[in-house]
Design a protein around this ligand. Structure first.
Ligand SMILES: [Zn+2]
Ligand SMILES: [Zn+2]
Length: 446
């Protein structure tokens, strides 16, 4: 199976799919799947744009709405996680995962899905210690505080992922597992991004939650984004233990390292996105049944209806470039039929639109608690407004420079009529990760 991995999408679906098509025609090969490590920006319309945490001047519709409205179809099945620049209202509708557009699947706030026999897990959002032990209390329309905290990783979702026992092939996190820089050429990274050096030295660069999951799940591959640069590492899990090949990638801009293609051993195609039995059993288990009972329930239900996820259903009007609606108001939380069908299948209640005051379910994503310890603490609404961490600020600063670069490239392209000169990392020798390449002093360049 040939998989393309992308760092941040930032709404540039057109450009990324164009690049994939170019790779396919240049190499006479077919790409089976695209994975994206967050900042996807699944913005359907002007109202979704209000839920996206970016400075006003960077608010741009970009290209997702075309795929949502059916004007364009994703040419390659696409699976993504959320980052810190998302239409958070839309992703919340699909908290458990689901199609945001035909052929484009969101893994959920935490989730595991199968593509053919390849098992792909992911954790959406970025780590922030202040939000970690709170529940998912944020509901659209967001205020200055909740528009940020909505994408902070929660312990609830991490503890669910920590219960995965069956092997994971690929895992996605938006921010990097903290400490991963020790397992790669961090000096080179610090030369390219000098402002990371202090955090690297102090071991504060990245997500503690992702590091915990990396240690527990030990996947064959781990992909991340967020810091807008390429970085490779190999993690050896204990003496003689399994290896995880880590790769962080940039966002989609000319001459930037935002895309990598790997070959992974798998059963022969064609491949489909399918529900994962163990993951759905863990989702079901949140109501305190025994895992074995949950697994039996999920297995028998999936035998009846098949393992394909419920189909894409639009829930909001797509953007119309000929008729803009900048002042549209919120009509409250939308229940996504995909989420309702999945919860029905699992015999779970719908809790995503309950307010913190009204919720009763102890094991719901909106309740702050620990599955393992069974403690139940009401989340605080009292999140400080100025909770922009340093990396978020860096990212915004980074966006300022490179945004100009993209505009210039796009203009020159229109004149010449050529496809955009995007750096797809498809160099003669470096576009495949060899399965047999051994790490050299725990460092490998992909
Ligand atoms: Zn990001
Ligand atoms: Zn980004």
């Amino acid at each position: 199976m040939r998989i393309a991995i992308e760092g941040c999408m930032h709404g540039d679906l057109d450009k990324v799919y164009q690049t994939l098509k170019r790779i396919e025609s240049q190499n006479g090969t077919k790409i089976d799947l695209l994975l994206c490590c967050g900042d996807f920006q699944a913005v359907r319309n002007e109202r979704d744009m209000e839920c996206l945490n970016v400075p006003l001047k960077y608010r741009e519709m970009k290209s997702f709405w075309k795929y949502y409205s059916g004007r364009e179809i994703a040419p390659v099945p696409t699976i993504f996680i959320g980052g810190n620049h998302e239409a958070s209202n839309y992703l919340w509708e699909l908290y458990y995962g689901g199609y945001v557009a035909p052929n484009i699947y969101f893994l959920g706030f935490g989730g595991v899905i199968k593509f053919g026999n390849v098992r792909i897990g992911g954790l959406s959002g970025i780590y922030n210690a202040r939000s970690y032990r709170t529940g998912h209390h944020e509901r659209a329309p967001y205020n200055e505080s909740t528009i940020r905290s909505v994408y902070h990783v929660r312990e609830y979702d991490v503890l669910k992922l920590m219960q995965v026992e069956e092997p994971i092939d690929i895992f996605l996190s938006h921010d990097w597992p903290v400490g991963i820089t020790d397992c790669g050429n961090w000096k080179q990274l610090a030369r390219y991004k000098p402002h990371f050096e202090k955090e690297i030295q102090e071991k504060t660069l990245g997500s503690k939650a992702a590091a915990q999951l990396l240690e527990k799940l030990r996947p064959t591959y781990w992909f991340s984004a967020h810091l807008h640069c390429k970085f490779a590492a190999v993690v050896q899990h204990g003496e003689g233990g399994p290896l995880t090949k880590f790769l962080a990638l940039d966002k989609c801009l000319p001459r930037r390292k935002f895309l990598q293609v790997i070959d992974i051993e798998s059963e022969p195609g064609p491949y489909e996105i399918q529900y994962d039995v163990e993951w759905l059993a863990i989702t079901r288990k949140a109501t305190q049944l025994e895992m074995e009972d949950c697994r039996q329930l999920v297995s028998s239900r999936l035998q009846e209806r098949g393992t394909k996820p419920f189909e894409f259903t639009p829930t909001a009007r797509p953007f119309d470039p000929t008729h803009s609606d900048p002042n549209g108001s919120f009509s409250g939380c939308l229940r996504n039929p995909q989420t309702e069908s999945l919860l029905q299948l699992l015999e779970l209640p719908y809790l995503l639109d309950s307010t913190p005051e009204s919720r009763e379910g102890r094991y719901s994503p909106s309740a702050a608690h620990s599955i393992q310890r069974g403690s139940f603490v009401h989340n605080s609404e009292d999140i400080p407004i100025d909770d922009v961490d340093e990396s978020e600020l860096e990212e915004e600063a980074d966006d300022v420079d490179t945004g100009k670069e993209l505009v210039l490239e796009a203009c020159s392209e229109q004149k010449s009529g050529l496809p955009p000169p995007l750096n797809s990392e498809i160099g003669q020798s470096s576009w495949l990760i060899s399965h047999h390449r051994k790490p050299c002093k725990r460092v490998v360049v992909f």
